[in-house]
Design a protein around this ligand. Sequence first.
Ligand SMILES: Cc1cc2nc3c(=O)[nH]c(=O)nc-3n(C[C@H](O)[C@H](O)[C@H](O)COP(=O)(O)OP(=O)(O)OC[C@H]3O[C@@H](n4cnc5c(N)ncnc54)[C@H](O)[C@@H]3O)c2cc1C
Length: 393
Amino acid sequence: MKKIVVLGAGYASLAFLKNLDLEALGDYEILLISRYDYHYTSILLHEVATGARRDARIYLTDILPHKIKIIQDEVLEIKEDKVLAKKQSYDYDYLVVGLGFQSDSFGIAGIKEYATPIVDFENALKLREKIYLQIEKYKKTKDYKDLKFVVCGGGFSGIETITSLAINLKKFCVEQGVDSTLLQFVCIEAMPDILPMFSAKLVQKTKKFLKTENVELATGCKILRCEEGRVIVQRNDKEEAIEAGLIIWTAGVKGNAVIENSSFFTSGRSKVEVDTYLRPYNQENQDKMQNIYIIGDCAALKDVESGRFYPPTAQIAIKQGEYLAKAFKNRILGVGVEAFNYISEGTVCSLGEECAIGNVKGMDISGKIAIFIKRMIEKKWLYKILGIRGIFR
Ligand SMILES: Cc1cc2nc3c(=O)[nH]c(=O)nc-3n(C[C@H](O)[C@H](O)[C@H](O)COP(=O)(O)OP(=O)(O)OC[C@H]3O[C@@H](n4cnc5c(N)ncnc54)[C@H](O)[C@@H]3O)c2cc1C
């Protein structure tokens, strides 16, 4: 019996498994190995951290059919013929790697020690605890610095995080009897402006929104290091310190640590370059990788037109998983397999839970309509993995 082993239970892997034609695969054994026994919707992790939502988990047994064996284990390394994990090792005939992303500190000193990233559900919960602890701390110390929250990164997830934080923490302070006007929020960005993926008009709207929510933008500030309670930046050729009660790191992500720990792969930024069939490419061990596929944030795929790598998104991860499921079936049936072709449908960035900005199918959108579309995108994913039950979650 041939064995398909799938690593990780994120968007890419689940899109693959949900679209696999299990009948066509006959007596193939299918294993899903993931760290947790649930899938978490990574695009909502910042809302978990800021207290805007309680949960973002769906148990794998609610998503997947019995034929797929779910194994909760932590993958450590991928080798030519097996996967090494904490509990045991697993051999495979076909391997699909969908292990997702990790935070990237770019080697900046003090990030790991003094800043908290948003990477998975457990970590988002821990961040929420840290945020609430700051309020508790302030009640005792009456030190305004305890109410100062600094988000490093003015990209997509940085802006989603700081807007949600500013709105929800004000509500929490009111509940806790703390004067919410004392809260301070700073978003640090190295570039001269925020959100490079959006038009100047949408960026202006976002800045106006940030102002109304009392979020200070520190653009043109290159982060040099983090220390306890402060971020040291270089602004206009001068070093300065930005004080912080809590530092949140959203300035960069890379592929998974398992990739960089697997000498079998040639990797860069913990990702494996893939060809348009999502197979490892430009690899020293290329000839030994005929049955390996890398999808989602662990894969570095070039847009043939621009020659640039696609940015890591849930959208491309889902499309890759869906494509691979079809390609698997065609290979088994001996039908020709087409190359993966990706056209982005656009991006929507939430500004809190009631407003957003975005570009969808080439059109700029903002406000209530944009957040409505964002919620529809989230529902569409839940529908894909849970069917009608997903709509009512
Ligand atoms: C705050 C935030 C907001 C975002 N918003 C958007 C958005 O609006 N739109 C969008 O398109 N993208 C967004 N993204 C990016 C998006 O979340 C990722 O691109 C997407 O999750 C990648 O999907 P994936 O399947 O590759 O990995 P993931 O969804 O991250 O899944 C990885 C899986 O692998 C498992 N895993 C990891 N390591 C191990 C291990 N060693 N052993 C076993 N299992 C392991 C994890 O538990 C998880 O199940 C956002 C990201 C963040 C952090």
